[in-house]
Write a protein that binds this ligand. Structure first.
Ligand code: PLP
Length: 488
């Protein structure tokens, strides 16, 4: 029977597979996920679940998008691999597409004259590959160079290395420090983990890379500066100016942040926060790296999370939704004018980052198809609409004694559970486990995150595929609302 087959697989898994995402005990009884169908998963025992976490915040198109399989097959049979020491069409096409996605809402409908200019620029690049002057003459401030790699962590490693090398070659070699935030997550490799501000993930591996500093997050519900929401001086943003001065501006290379901290508990910043951080970075010559690994590709209701806040980053990192999770691929988009300092043929002048698989043509083809499907189906606008509906539906939980705060960013939601509304003390793990368990028994996968002080994961999180139907949205909302109302 299905059940005995599931048990056999789990038994084998226990023998051979090492799971890093969950503690040991939890890893011993995994679901054996066998089949995907839109936002639904079926496990080996025959149970069906709507996955309101999109796997690990990435399967935006759901689990059965055949066009992605077709794109992969076509590219794999045509030309499966070549490193980007040379080039190939999927990498070029996707880089062009990412540039169009990176345009802010105000830039999306370019004036006809501009369009012509841009087209000419591409011709010039093609015809005179070695004549940089042509390209410079047609430079547009919001064009980005795309560097491909394989994961969100690596995209951030690349961003951090580029930031440091940029300053070195731009006449400011003393700039190396990176300012990140507590509760932010940027990845599992040494630089990205050093930038991460969740100490339970770091404690066994320290000391990590030096030169990383952390500032308190914009966590209005537990304001680290003791202020009341909506009545503050945005101390969390102003703090960047203080720390840059304390550290001496000439030593600071970059700030790295997610528009909205996701894995750290869906922390939506106060109005104007990102703009203020951008201003401070500009004032002190510090590069702004925006981590769009979760926020990007429509999740926020805009193409990218930062488009909600009217800022232009210097460097944008992306992964996850780029291929809807179907293949590993990430990208680091670097403002074209920063790339100028890498036009340097001296011995150490170019960006030296070898990545065997980065920009794999099959992954790029799948990325391109993912974005094409999103455009055809208008899924960015759909994400905004679904997010709004979810927000309306979850609002009934506001008065529940264990619901401290509900936060939304596009089609991303966090419900912070507390022991009581007065103390705002994080709810115990058992309470979150009860809600998640009840959802699962009713066929819905949600998760808990947060990584607040001392590791309480007291925020229920939802990050459903962008392809859910109206009925599926109702199912998600109903199931979560009932499970929270049943706490006790
Ligand atoms: N940045 C953010 C904001 C993330 O949430 C993650 C992963 O969850 C990463 C970076 C790292 O991505 P990856 O797991 O692909 O290395």
């Amino acid at each position: 029977s299905a059940n005995s087959s599931a048990e056999e697989w789990v038994e084998k898994d226990r023998q051979y597979v090492w799971h890093g995402l969950v503690p040991y005990k939890a890893s011993q009884n995994p679901m054996v996920i066998s089949k995907g169908d839109g936002p639904w998963l079926t496990d080996e025992a025959g149970n069906r679940y709507l996955d309101a976490m999109s796997g690990l915040w990435c399967v935006n198109l759901g689990y059965s998008e055949k066009r992605l399989a077709d794109a992969a097959y076509a590219q794999m049979t045509e030309m499966p691999y070549y490193p980007l020491s040379q080039t190939h069409k999927p990498a070029i096409r996707l880089a062009e597409k990412l540039n169009s996605w990176l345009k802010g809402p105000h830039e999306r409908e370019p004036a006809p004259a501009q369009e012509g200019q841009r087209a000419r620029k591409h011709e010039h690049e093609h015809e005179h590959e070695h004549e940089h002057e042509h390209e410079q003459a047609f430079k547009h401030p919001s064009d980005y160079r795309i560097f491909y790699s394989n994961s969100g962590s690596e995209a951030n490693e690349v961003a951090l290395k580029i930031a440091r090398q940029y300053h070195q070659q731009n006449g400011e070699p003393s700039r190396y420090k990176v300012i990140a935030r507590y509760r932010g997550y940027h990845g599992s490799t040494s630089g990205a983990l050093a930038a991460t501000g969740q100490f339970m993930r770091k404690v066994k591996y320290e000391p990590l890379a030096p030169g990383f500093l952390h500032v308190p997050p914009p966590d209005c519900y537990h304001c680290p500066f003791g202020q009341k929401e909506g009545q503050c001086g945005m101390e969390c943003a102003e703090y960047y100016e203080q720390i840059i001065n304390w550290e001496i501006p000439e030593t600071v290379a970059a700030v790295i942040l997610e528009p909205v901290i996701s894995g750290g508990g869906i922390l939506t910043p106060p109005e104007g926060y990102l703009k203020r951080v951008r201003e401070i970075c500009d004032k002190y010559g510090v590069l702004l790296i925006v981590d769009e690994v979760i926020n990007g590709f429509g999740r926020s209701g805009q193409n990218f999370g930062h488009h909600n806040f009217g800022v232009q980053p210097d460097i944008v990192t992306m992964a996850k939704g780029l291929t809807s999770g179907y293949l590993p691929l990430s990208a680091t988009a670097v403002r074209a004018d920063l790339f100028d300092v890498f036009r340097d043929d001296s011995e150490y002048g170019h960006f030296r980052h070898v990545t065997t698989f980065g920009g794999n043509p099959v992954a790029c083809a799948v990325g391109l198809e993912t974005l094409t499907i999103m455009e055809e189906r208008n899924l960015v606008a759909r994400s905004a609409e679904l997010g709004k509906r979810l927000q309306e539906r979850l609002a009934v939980l506001k008065d529940h004694p264990n619901v401290g705060n509900i936060r939304h960013f596009g089609f991303l939601a966090g419900i912070e559970l507390v022991t009581d509304k007065e103390s705002r003390i994080p709810a115990p793990a058992e309470m979150l486990g009860q809600v998640i368990g009840e959802c699962k028994r009713n066929g819905l996968i949600i998760s808990k995150n947060g990584e607040s002080v001392r590791g309480f994961n007291n925020v229920l999180t939802l990050c459903p595929p962008l392809v859910v139907t109206d009925d599926e949205l109702e199912f998600i909302a109903d199931t979560v609302v009932k499970a929270v109302q049943n706490i006790g």
